[in-house]
Design a protein. Sequence first.
Length: 297
Amino acid sequence: MNVQIFDTRFNQLVDPQSELKQIASGFDFTEGPIWNQQEKSLIFSDILGNSIFQWTEKSGLKKLRRNSYMANGNAYDLQGRVLTCEHATSRVTRTDFANGGELEVLATHFQGKQLNSPNDIVCKRDGMIYFSDPAAGRTVGFGVPREQELTFQGVYRLNPSDLSLTLLVDDFAKPNGLCFSADEKWLFINDSAHNHIRVFDVKSDGTLENGRLWASLKSAGTGVADGMKIDSAENIYCCGPGGIHIFDASAEYLGIILMPEQSANLAWGDDDLCGLYVTATTSVYRLRTLKPGFAAF
């Protein structure tokens, strides 16, 4: 495994001698990995392959959905159902794969106009759903080319009880990956157009305030600011140019895990949450870390 180290604390998180293992390949554009601790399985999307897959160490690869509407980001809700962002339809949907796999539509429009192309998604411990909505899924190479109806690219909160949408931020050029701090007092959101991470204070009503620049990603190869997660010590792992960029909780740059393919998203898995699963273009990779990931619920 190749790395760039900017701070010796990087070695407390990742052993540079660890194996970066390709566990599945042959896809078109992998994204949206999520780990199911009960089933010991990884679910992920192949956007351009228009499918959702499940992988386990024991059984290997299984196709869960053949027409995923060009699914991108995924997340689990509090009931273990899969929340999905769809490029082809500009929808946020929910699927209970454990009980028949029926698809429910949660969000399609804001103030009468179709969403751009929901991208990444997270669920807060109170059940509220947050997602980013750039326009990438309306462009050639990433989705279905079509005109954008909204005049901005925003970040929303979706209330699953009444399906109401609240626009939280509308001043991003291309909002993408997002993750909460462990106490959910901060929401980190990155911007693929600027390759930086912003952080917002989460108010008591779940809306955001006091947005500010938190960190900028170095150029270490191809790629843009994309999927993002925290570990159990609140270090942030962010997909970006060249691989996985790691910052400590105070935004100090620790290093970069260099990937053989452009990385798009990541998820913690395995029994001890020390398995880092990375979706990277045609493949899914796994590496073992020294610090476990963070499980919100």
